[in-house]
Design a protein around this ligand. Structure first.
Ligand code: AMP
Length: 116
């Protein structure tokens, strides 16, 4: 069974992606099926399957990711506009690629998701 995900192939540059940010630990590229005018996926170069596994294996990866998001949103001025970060954990939550990733969404006015 081939359990190499599409995101690992993007990291290895085996398949193309529109990379918008990269440092030693983190890669960010445009989502192929954008749900907002800015829709970028942030991944850590060291593999985990989902957020819980990431925390279990190496919790510093979370700060690597969010530092990259901070740097990117400041560079692009997205921090001024506002943005949302989402991660889906498990198929029933909508996860379709089993390599931990964070959706950065901006450009729209989002509702108060999660509030009563
Ligand atoms: P999720 O449903 O949370 O697992 O998100 C996976 C995301 O990956 C979806 O929003 C897809 O549109 C996106 N995606 C899948 N394949 C690619 C690809 N080759 N390049 C960029 N984004 C992709």
């Amino acid at each position: 069974m081939d359990d190499v995900t599409i995101f690992e192939k993007i990291i290895k540059k085996e398949i193309p992606a529109e990379i918008v940010f990269e440092n030693h630990n983190v890669l960010a590229f445009k989502d192929i099926s954008p749900q907002a005018s800015t829709h970028v996926l942030f991944i850590h170069k060291e593999k985990s399957t989902n957020i819980n596994e990431m925390i279990e294996k190496n919790p510093t990866q979370i700060s690597d990711i969010f530092k990259a998001i901070k740097e990117f949103t400041e560079l692009e001025g997205i921090d001024q506009h506002g943005f949302r970060v989402v991660t889906n954990c498990g198929a029933r939550a909508g996860q379709s690629v089993f390599y931990t990733h964070f959706h950065l969404l901006s450009g729209e006015s989002f509702g108060n998701f999660g509030r009563a």
